[in-house]
Design a protein around this ligand. Structure first.
Ligand code: NAD
Length: 315
Protein backbone atom coordinates (compact mmCIF):
# COMPACT_ATOMS: atom_id res chain seq x y z
CA UNK A 1 0.00 0.00 0.00
CA UNK A 2 1.25 3.50 -0.85
CA UNK A 3 2.57 5.51 2.08
CA UNK A 4 0.34 8.30 3.29
CA UNK A 5 1.67 11.83 2.82
CA UNK A 6 1.29 14.00 5.94
CA UNK A 7 0.47 17.39 4.48
CA UNK A 8 2.08 20.12 6.61
CA UNK A 9 0.46 22.93 4.64
CA UNK A 10 -3.05 21.62 5.36
CA UNK A 11 -2.26 21.28 9.08
CA UNK A 12 -0.66 24.73 9.15
CA UNK A 13 -3.83 26.23 7.58
CA UNK A 14 -5.98 24.42 10.15
CA UNK A 15 -3.89 25.87 13.01
CA UNK A 16 -3.92 29.34 11.50
CA UNK A 17 -7.71 29.25 11.14
CA UNK A 18 -8.00 28.32 14.84
CA UNK A 19 -5.63 31.13 15.78
CA UNK A 20 -7.77 33.70 13.94
CA UNK A 21 -10.62 32.80 16.32
CA UNK A 22 -8.34 33.01 19.38
CA UNK A 23 -6.96 36.39 18.30
CA UNK A 24 -10.49 37.66 17.77
CA UNK A 25 -11.47 36.58 21.29
CA UNK A 26 -8.39 38.26 22.79
CA UNK A 27 -9.07 41.43 20.84
CA UNK A 28 -12.65 41.47 22.11
CA UNK A 29 -11.10 41.51 25.59
CA UNK A 30 -8.88 44.45 24.61
CA UNK A 31 -5.73 42.39 24.03
CA UNK A 32 -3.84 42.45 20.71
CA UNK A 33 -1.02 39.88 20.76
CA UNK A 34 2.26 41.56 19.78
CA UNK A 35 5.44 40.06 18.33
CA UNK A 36 8.84 41.75 18.00
CA UNK A 37 11.19 40.06 15.52
CA UNK A 38 14.84 41.04 15.80
CA UNK A 39 17.14 40.51 12.83
CA UNK A 40 20.84 41.22 13.17
CA UNK A 41 22.82 41.48 9.91
CA UNK A 42 21.80 40.57 6.37
CA UNK A 43 21.78 36.77 6.18
CA UNK A 44 19.43 36.20 3.17
CA UNK A 45 17.78 33.06 4.64
CA UNK A 46 17.18 34.84 7.97
CA UNK A 47 15.72 37.83 6.14
CA UNK A 48 13.20 35.56 4.38
CA UNK A 49 12.27 33.81 7.66
CA UNK A 50 11.73 37.09 9.52
CA UNK A 51 9.77 38.63 6.66
CA UNK A 52 7.47 35.57 6.58
CA UNK A 53 7.00 35.70 10.36
CA UNK A 54 5.99 39.36 10.25
CA UNK A 55 3.73 38.77 7.23
CA UNK A 56 1.96 35.85 8.93
CA UNK A 57 1.52 37.90 12.13
CA UNK A 58 -0.25 40.62 10.15
CA UNK A 59 -2.45 38.10 8.32
CA UNK A 60 -3.62 36.69 11.66
CA UNK A 61 -4.35 40.12 13.15
CA UNK A 62 -1.34 40.28 15.48
CA UNK A 63 0.63 43.45 16.06
CA UNK A 64 4.18 42.90 14.85
CA UNK A 65 7.37 44.84 14.63
CA UNK A 66 10.54 44.02 12.72
CA UNK A 67 13.73 45.40 14.21
CA UNK A 68 16.77 45.39 11.90
CA UNK A 69 20.18 45.85 13.40
CA UNK A 70 23.56 46.03 11.65
CA UNK A 71 25.86 42.99 11.57
CA UNK A 72 28.28 44.91 13.81
CA UNK A 73 25.78 45.02 16.74
CA UNK A 74 27.41 44.19 20.09
CA UNK A 75 26.14 41.93 22.86
CA UNK A 76 25.53 44.99 25.05
CA UNK A 77 23.47 46.74 22.39
CA UNK A 78 21.34 43.62 21.95
CA UNK A 79 20.92 43.21 25.70
CA UNK A 80 19.75 46.81 25.88
CA UNK A 81 17.19 46.18 23.12
CA UNK A 82 15.94 42.98 24.79
CA UNK A 83 15.54 44.88 28.06
CA UNK A 84 13.42 47.54 26.35
CA UNK A 85 11.27 44.88 24.64
CA UNK A 86 10.86 43.03 27.96
CA UNK A 87 9.37 46.21 29.43
CA UNK A 88 7.03 47.06 26.56
CA UNK A 89 3.50 46.07 27.50
CA UNK A 90 2.26 45.61 23.92
CA UNK A 91 4.99 43.10 23.09
CA UNK A 92 4.08 39.52 24.07
CA UNK A 93 6.67 37.65 22.05
CA UNK A 94 10.33 38.39 21.40
CA UNK A 95 11.97 36.53 18.59
CA UNK A 96 15.71 36.80 18.13
CA UNK A 97 16.44 35.35 14.71
CA UNK A 98 19.38 32.95 14.82
CA UNK A 99 22.20 32.69 14.01
CA UNK A 100 23.59 35.86 15.59
CA UNK A 101 26.92 37.28 14.37
CA UNK A 102 30.01 35.71 15.96
CA UNK A 103 30.86 38.70 18.20
CA UNK A 104 27.51 38.34 20.00
CA UNK A 105 27.21 36.11 23.07
CA UNK A 106 24.12 34.23 21.90
CA UNK A 107 23.24 32.50 25.14
CA UNK A 108 23.58 35.73 27.15
CA UNK A 109 21.12 37.41 24.78
CA UNK A 110 18.62 34.51 24.69
CA UNK A 111 18.76 34.17 28.47
CA UNK A 112 17.94 37.88 28.86
CA UNK A 113 14.54 37.49 27.15
CA UNK A 114 11.66 37.56 29.64
CA UNK A 115 10.64 33.84 29.88
CA UNK A 116 6.99 34.92 29.57
CA UNK A 117 7.81 36.44 26.14
CA UNK A 118 10.19 33.69 25.02
CA UNK A 119 8.14 32.50 22.04
CA UNK A 120 11.03 30.38 20.73
CA UNK A 121 11.03 28.40 23.98
CA UNK A 122 14.81 28.61 24.36
CA UNK A 123 15.11 30.34 27.76
CA UNK A 124 16.46 27.98 30.48
CA UNK A 125 13.26 28.50 32.51
CA UNK A 126 11.15 27.25 29.59
CA UNK A 127 13.62 24.43 28.88
CA UNK A 128 13.34 23.41 32.54
CA UNK A 129 9.56 23.51 32.37
CA UNK A 130 9.65 21.32 29.28
CA UNK A 131 11.85 18.80 31.09
CA UNK A 132 9.49 18.75 34.07
CA UNK A 133 6.39 18.29 31.92
CA UNK A 134 4.70 21.52 33.10
CA UNK A 135 5.25 23.48 29.93
CA UNK A 136 3.88 26.53 28.17
CA UNK A 137 6.22 27.97 25.54
CA UNK A 138 8.06 25.20 23.68
CA UNK A 139 10.34 25.43 20.63
CA UNK A 140 8.27 25.88 17.50
CA UNK A 141 9.54 23.14 15.18
CA UNK A 142 9.25 20.34 17.80
CA UNK A 143 5.78 21.62 18.71
CA UNK A 144 4.92 21.44 15.00
CA UNK A 145 6.08 17.82 14.81
CA UNK A 146 3.68 16.87 17.62
CA UNK A 147 0.82 18.76 15.92
CA UNK A 148 1.43 16.82 12.69
CA UNK A 149 1.36 13.48 14.51
CA UNK A 150 -1.73 14.30 16.57
CA UNK A 151 -3.73 15.93 13.81
CA UNK A 152 -2.91 13.04 11.45
CA UNK A 153 -4.22 10.52 13.99
CA UNK A 154 -0.84 8.82 14.49
CA UNK A 155 -0.90 7.12 17.92
CA UNK A 156 1.98 8.35 20.13
CA UNK A 157 1.06 6.81 23.48
CA UNK A 158 3.03 3.61 23.95
CA UNK A 159 4.70 3.87 20.52
CA UNK A 160 8.41 3.26 20.01
CA UNK A 161 9.81 6.62 18.84
CA UNK A 162 13.35 7.16 17.59
CA UNK A 163 14.75 10.67 17.23
CA UNK A 164 17.92 11.16 15.16
CA UNK A 165 19.57 14.40 16.31
CA UNK A 166 20.05 15.89 19.77
CA UNK A 167 20.19 19.65 19.18
CA UNK A 168 18.69 22.07 21.72
CA UNK A 169 16.37 23.47 19.06
CA UNK A 170 14.96 20.26 17.57
CA UNK A 171 16.22 16.86 18.75
CA UNK A 172 16.11 17.26 22.54
CA UNK A 173 12.79 19.13 22.76
CA UNK A 174 11.04 16.80 20.31
CA UNK A 175 12.27 13.79 22.33
CA UNK A 176 10.94 15.37 25.55
CA UNK A 177 7.57 16.18 23.97
CA UNK A 178 7.24 12.62 22.67
CA UNK A 179 8.11 11.29 26.12
CA UNK A 180 5.46 13.51 27.70
CA UNK A 181 3.02 12.14 25.12
CA UNK A 182 3.92 8.67 26.51
CA UNK A 183 6.05 7.36 23.65
CA UNK A 184 9.05 5.19 24.47
CA UNK A 185 11.82 7.38 23.11
CA UNK A 186 15.34 6.65 21.91
CA UNK A 187 17.57 9.59 21.00
CA UNK A 188 20.35 8.98 18.46
CA UNK A 189 23.22 11.25 17.44
CA UNK A 190 26.49 11.27 15.55
CA UNK A 191 28.12 8.79 17.97
CA UNK A 192 25.29 6.24 17.95
CA UNK A 193 26.49 2.78 17.01
CA UNK A 194 24.56 0.87 14.32
CA UNK A 195 22.25 3.81 13.70
CA UNK A 196 20.19 2.07 11.00
CA UNK A 197 19.30 -0.82 13.33
CA UNK A 198 18.29 1.53 16.15
CA UNK A 199 16.28 3.72 13.76
CA UNK A 200 14.48 0.63 12.44
CA UNK A 201 12.99 0.09 15.90
CA UNK A 202 10.97 3.27 15.54
CA UNK A 203 7.27 3.10 14.84
CA UNK A 204 7.72 6.86 14.76
CA UNK A 205 11.02 8.01 13.29
CA UNK A 206 12.06 11.67 13.54
CA UNK A 207 15.02 12.72 11.40
CA UNK A 208 16.61 16.02 12.52
CA UNK A 209 20.26 15.80 11.59
CA UNK A 210 20.86 18.16 8.68
CA UNK A 211 22.31 15.47 6.37
CA UNK A 212 20.56 15.26 2.98
CA UNK A 213 18.89 11.88 2.36
CA UNK A 214 21.01 10.18 5.04
CA UNK A 215 18.05 8.16 6.33
CA UNK A 216 17.79 5.48 3.65
CA UNK A 217 15.37 2.54 3.36
CA UNK A 218 17.37 0.36 5.78
CA UNK A 219 16.68 2.90 8.58
CA UNK A 220 12.92 2.69 8.16
CA UNK A 221 10.73 0.08 9.82
CA UNK A 222 8.05 -1.12 7.41
CA UNK A 223 4.88 0.90 8.04
CA UNK A 224 6.59 3.47 10.30
CA UNK A 225 5.59 7.12 10.47
CA UNK A 226 8.59 9.14 9.32
CA UNK A 227 8.85 12.83 10.18
CA UNK A 228 11.59 14.57 8.22
CA UNK A 229 12.66 17.80 9.95
CA UNK A 230 15.75 18.28 7.78
CA UNK A 231 15.95 21.22 5.40
CA UNK A 232 19.04 20.96 3.23
CA UNK A 233 19.74 23.23 0.29
CA UNK A 234 21.34 21.38 -2.65
CA UNK A 235 23.11 23.72 -5.04
CA UNK A 236 25.13 21.43 -7.32
CA UNK A 237 24.18 18.82 -9.88
CA UNK A 238 26.37 16.30 -8.08
CA UNK A 239 24.48 16.75 -4.79
CA UNK A 240 21.13 16.45 -6.56
CA UNK A 241 22.18 13.24 -8.32
CA UNK A 242 23.39 11.80 -5.00
CA UNK A 243 20.07 12.47 -3.25
CA UNK A 244 17.44 11.67 -5.88
CA UNK A 245 17.28 8.24 -7.55
CA UNK A 246 15.41 9.87 -10.42
CA UNK A 247 16.96 13.35 -10.59
CA UNK A 248 15.11 14.60 -13.70
CA UNK A 249 12.60 16.88 -11.93
CA UNK A 250 15.03 18.13 -9.25
CA UNK A 251 17.69 18.90 -11.88
CA UNK A 252 15.14 21.00 -13.76
CA UNK A 253 14.36 22.81 -10.49
CA UNK A 254 18.06 23.34 -9.86
CA UNK A 255 18.46 24.92 -13.29
CA UNK A 256 15.44 27.19 -12.69
CA UNK A 257 15.96 28.22 -9.07
CA UNK A 258 19.63 27.56 -8.38
CA UNK A 259 18.78 25.27 -5.44
CA UNK A 260 16.74 22.22 -4.52
CA UNK A 261 15.48 21.46 -1.02
CA UNK A 262 16.03 17.99 0.39
CA UNK A 263 15.21 16.49 3.74
CA UNK A 264 17.27 14.12 5.87
CA UNK A 265 15.27 11.16 4.56
CA UNK A 266 15.81 9.51 1.19
CA UNK A 267 12.67 10.70 -0.63
CA UNK A 268 12.02 7.60 -2.73
CA UNK A 269 12.89 5.00 -0.08
CA UNK A 270 10.48 6.53 2.42
CA UNK A 271 7.58 6.15 -0.01
CA UNK A 272 8.32 2.42 -0.32
CA UNK A 273 8.91 1.60 3.37
CA UNK A 274 6.91 4.03 5.52
CA UNK A 275 3.23 3.93 6.42
CA UNK A 276 3.12 7.74 6.53
CA UNK A 277 5.69 10.47 6.02
CA UNK A 278 6.20 14.21 5.80
CA UNK A 279 7.57 15.44 2.47
CA UNK A 280 10.29 18.08 2.09
CA UNK A 281 9.25 20.74 1.28
CA UNK A 282 5.67 20.87 2.54
CA UNK A 283 5.93 18.76 5.70
CA UNK A 284 7.35 20.08 8.97
CA UNK A 285 8.60 23.39 7.52
CA UNK A 286 5.18 25.09 7.21
CA UNK A 287 4.37 24.33 10.86
CA UNK A 288 7.24 26.29 12.40
CA UNK A 289 5.82 29.78 11.78
CA UNK A 290 2.31 28.62 12.70
CA UNK A 291 3.62 27.41 16.07
CA UNK A 292 5.46 30.70 16.61
CA UNK A 293 2.12 32.45 16.12
CA UNK A 294 0.45 29.97 18.50
CA UNK A 295 3.14 30.69 21.12
CA UNK A 296 2.67 34.45 20.71
CA UNK A 297 -1.09 34.17 21.10
CA UNK A 298 -0.74 31.94 24.15
CA UNK A 299 1.91 34.27 25.67
CA UNK A 300 -0.47 37.20 25.16
CA UNK A 301 -3.19 35.39 27.11
CA UNK A 302 -0.88 33.98 29.79
CA UNK A 303 0.72 37.37 30.53
CA UNK A 304 -2.73 38.73 31.29
CA UNK A 305 -3.93 35.89 33.47
CA UNK A 306 -5.44 33.69 30.77
CA UNK A 307 -2.95 30.83 30.78
CA UNK A 308 -3.41 27.74 28.70
CA UNK A 309 -0.49 25.62 29.94
CA UNK A 310 0.04 22.18 28.58
CA UNK A 311 0.78 19.66 31.24
CA UNK A 312 1.61 16.01 30.93
CA UNK A 313 -0.22 13.41 33.00
CA UNK A 314 2.82 11.27 33.56
CA UNK A 315 3.05 8.36 35.86
P1 NAD B 1 22.21 20.64 14.43
O1 NAD B 1 23.33 20.65 13.47
O2 NAD B 1 22.20 21.59 15.58
O3 NAD B 1 22.09 19.17 15.05
C1 NAD B 1 22.18 18.03 14.24
C2 NAD B 1 22.09 16.79 15.11
O4 NAD B 1 22.17 15.66 14.25
C3 NAD B 1 23.23 16.68 16.12
O5 NAD B 1 22.70 16.37 17.38
C4 NAD B 1 24.08 15.52 15.61
O6 NAD B 1 24.55 14.67 16.66
C5 NAD B 1 23.11 14.73 14.74
N1 NAD B 1 23.84 14.15 13.61
C6 NAD B 1 24.56 14.81 12.66
N2 NAD B 1 25.12 13.92 11.82
C7 NAD B 1 24.73 12.70 12.24
C8 NAD B 1 25.01 11.38 11.78
N3 NAD B 1 25.77 11.17 10.70
N4 NAD B 1 24.47 10.36 12.45
C9 NAD B 1 23.67 10.57 13.52
N5 NAD B 1 23.38 11.80 14.00
C10 NAD B 1 23.92 12.84 13.36
O7 NAD B 1 20.88 20.80 13.56
P2 NAD B 1 19.40 21.26 13.98
O8 NAD B 1 19.36 22.71 14.23
O9 NAD B 1 18.85 20.34 15.00
O10 NAD B 1 18.65 21.01 12.60
C11 NAD B 1 18.56 19.71 12.04
C12 NAD B 1 17.91 19.81 10.68
O11 NAD B 1 16.58 20.32 10.83
C13 NAD B 1 18.61 20.76 9.71
O12 NAD B 1 18.49 20.27 8.41
C14 NAD B 1 17.82 22.05 9.83
O13 NAD B 1 17.88 22.84 8.68
C15 NAD B 1 16.44 21.49 10.04
N6 NAD B 1 15.53 22.41 10.75
C16 NAD B 1 14.31 22.56 10.20
C17 NAD B 1 13.39 23.40 10.80
C18 NAD B 1 12.03 23.53 10.21
O14 NAD B 1 11.40 24.55 10.35
N7 NAD B 1 11.54 22.49 9.53
C19 NAD B 1 13.73 24.07 11.97
C20 NAD B 1 14.98 23.85 12.56
C21 NAD B 1 15.88 23.00 11.91
Amino acid sequence: MAARVLDGKRIRDEIKAELVGKVRALKAAGITPGLAAVLVGTNPASEVYVRNKVKTSAALGLFSEKIDLPASTSTLELLDLVDRLNHREEIDGILIQLPLPPQVDQSLVLNAVDPAKDVDGLHPINVGRLVSGDYGLVPCTPAGVIEILKRSGIPIRGARAVVIGRSDIVGKPVALLLMHEHATVTVCHSKTRDLAAVAREGEILIAAMGRPAFVAGEFIRTGATVIDVGINRLTTEEEVRRVFHDPTGPLRLLAEKGQVLAGDVQPEDVKKRAGAYTPVPGGVGPLTIAMLMANTVSAAGARRGRPAPKSSDEC
